[in-house]
Design a protein around this ligand. Structure first.
Ligand SMILES: Nc1ncnc2c1ncn2[C@@H]1O[C@H](COP(=O)(O)OP(=O)(O)O)[C@@H](O)[C@H]1O
Ligand SMILES: [Mg+2]
Length: 236
């Protein structure tokens, strides 16, 4: 079943073409990886799909319904949530209070036993009374994921979920995301190829706003054009 279908999406900022006729298709249950150099339009693609930006052209269908023109909270209510490249939690509030705000925003909130069980799974229970700003980046990224999971998304878009983490934390996050696949469909932007190689069923490559490749990771990560335009410059 097709969950996400974005067609011919184009987004310009003044003279900057951030996305140019980009097509993205994702099946329910399929983990889609997105790679590409900095500034290639990866975050812009998530911003367009989740209603944070309105593109000049294109159409986005989620679960068969058009998304463009709908607000982020309406899109989240339809089951499409995202995390941010720079983690966004309320740093002055405790972990527990951050979770409470996410529950208030959720039209179909996870029942409280589910919240407790998910927090435990994420290792956040001992941090419930700590201010979110005092958590490590790793814990904050997990809290942000928890705040989305209490809204029971069908599709969760993760923008560089291992950015800034240590190699042990990257390992733990890959394990977490592979378990997360049982709860929702995952769309993941990453520069760490280990994440893409281990988790993605399919990967798309954006370069200067254009999708230059789309296919299975083994094929895409050894594609000469992809290596020339991107992989040659990252720590793969
Ligand atoms: N809100 C914005 N206003 C103006 N330019 C933007 C905005 N968001 C992104 N851009 C530009 O669009 C291009 C793509 O950015 P982005 O989607 O953040 O790339 P990536 O996530 O792949 O690093 C860049 O040139 C960036 O400077
Ligand atoms: Mg980005």
């Amino acid at each position: 079943m097709t969950l996400l279908d974005a067609k011919l999406v184009s987004m310009r900022f003044g003279g900057v073409v951030a996305l140019s006729d980009v097509n993205v298709h994702q099946e329910a249950g399929e983990t889609l990886g997105v790679i590409g150099p900095n500034g290639s339009g990866k975050t812009t693609l998530v911003n367009v799909i989740t209603g944070h930006l309105t593109p000049q052209n294109g159409a986005v269908l989620f679960d068969g319904a058009p998304l463009l023109g709908r607000k982020p909270f309406q899109i989240a209510a339809a089951g499409l949530s995202r995390t941010y490249q720079s983690v966004r939690v309320f740093s002055e509030l405790t972990t527990r209070e951050n979770i409470a705000t996410a529950l208030l925003d959720a039209p179909r909130p996870l029942p409280s036993e589910g919240v407790a069980e998910t927090a435990e799974w994420l290792g956040l229970t001992p941090r419930f009374d700590a201010r979110a700003g005092s958590l490590t980046l790793y814990e904050q990224r997990r809290l942000e994921i928890l705040m989305r999971l209490v809204q029971q998304p069908k599709l969760l878009m993760l923008d560089e979920p291992v950015g800034g983490l240590s190699s042990a934390e990257v390992r733990a996050t890959i394990n977490l995301l592979s378990e997360l696949k049982a709860r929702c469909t995952i769309f993941v932007i990453e520069h760490t190829m280990k994440v893409i190689r281990e988790l993605a069923d399919r990967v798309i490559v954006l370069v200067a706003g254009e999708k230059i490749a789309d296919g299975p990771p083994a094929e895409i990560l050894s594609d000469q054009r992809v290596i020339e335009k991107y992989l040659g410059s990252v720590d793969a």
